[in-house]
Design a protein around this ligand. Structure first.
Ligand code: G3P
Ligand code: MG
Length: 247
């Protein structure tokens, strides 16, 4: 992990180079030297946490319909790589367990984004939290969500990971709002970023992490403003830019 000010999280793994949220993308993020990996979690019909971004499988697999409509066994029949490139044909959906087993001996941060803003999966917080605890990864994990009720629920269960509030919309009183929710951090869309927001957030001891910064100019602005982390599809490039920025 880097001791430098701004950490680099591979967004959905190194998803600029490999299909998002697949083992290939996670492995590549690790090889490229990312400080952490961001991934998204949903529940299958049989309540198994799986790593995919959309509620439906249509965009990133050869299937169709909601993740929630599939058992894990059914979901594992789908191809999660060929939409990106024939090179990745045969990739399979990754469960949270598989991911945690893979990452637990690696010096990486994890950001698990609970995808419960459109479908508020029952008990998603405890299902995910208990697995992170089981694998001994509480100290290096950040949990985040766009769903304010989920931030509250994570705090109610006493999540040692804290609960980061994700936002993609302008909010006049964002810091106060996040503070009232007892969010541990703010994960904000790049276009909403300002130096004042970072300063105010830091005054309230909330980290600021920024998504999704794929352009060099965006990355450099985040580094110079003192963002705690960026999420990028191109961790290898971001690491190079951070190196140049710091030298
Ligand atoms: O967690 C940061 C970012 O991933 C949030 O947006 O839509 O890419 O999951 P999205
Ligand atoms: Mg995400």
């Amino acid at each position: 992990m880097s001791g430098l000010a701004t950490n680099i999280f591979a967004h959905r793994g190194a998803s600029g180079y490999a299909p998002e949220n697949t083992m290939a993308a996670f492995q590549l993020a690790y090889w490229q030297g990312a400080d952490g990996i961001e991934t998204d979690v949903h529940l299958t019909k049989d309540n198994i946490p799986v790593l995919m971004h959309d509620e439906r499988v249509n965009r990133t697999t050869d299937g169709s319909g909601f993740i929630q409509g599939y058992t894990l066994h059914q979901l594992k029949q789908l191809d999660t790589g060929s939409w990106f490139s024939p090179k990745f044909t045969g990739s399979r959906v990754v469960t949270l367990d598989e991911f945690l087993v893979w990452i637990r001996d690696k010096a990486l941060y994890l950001n698990i984004e609970l995808k419960n803003n459109k479908i508020d999966y029952k008990n998603l917080e405890t299902i995910v939290y208990d697995k992170i605890a089981f694998y001994g990864l509480l100290d290096c994990t950040i949990l985040s969500t766009f769903n304010p009720n989920s931030v509250i629920r994570l705090n109610e269960i006493g999540a040692k990971t804290g609960a980061a509030l994700l936002t993609a919309e302008r909010h006049k009183q964002l810091i106060t709002y996040a503070k009232d929710l007892k969010a541990s951090a703010i994960h904000i869309k790049y276009r909403l970023l300002s130096q004042a927001l970072i300063n105010r957030s830091h005054e309230e001891h909330m980290a600021v992490r920024v998504f999704t910064t794929n352009k060099p100019v965006q990355m450099l602005r985040c580094f110079s403003m003192g963002c705690d982390a960026i999420f990028t599809d191109f961790p290898e490039a971001a690491i190079q830019y951070r190196h140049q920025f710091n030298s």
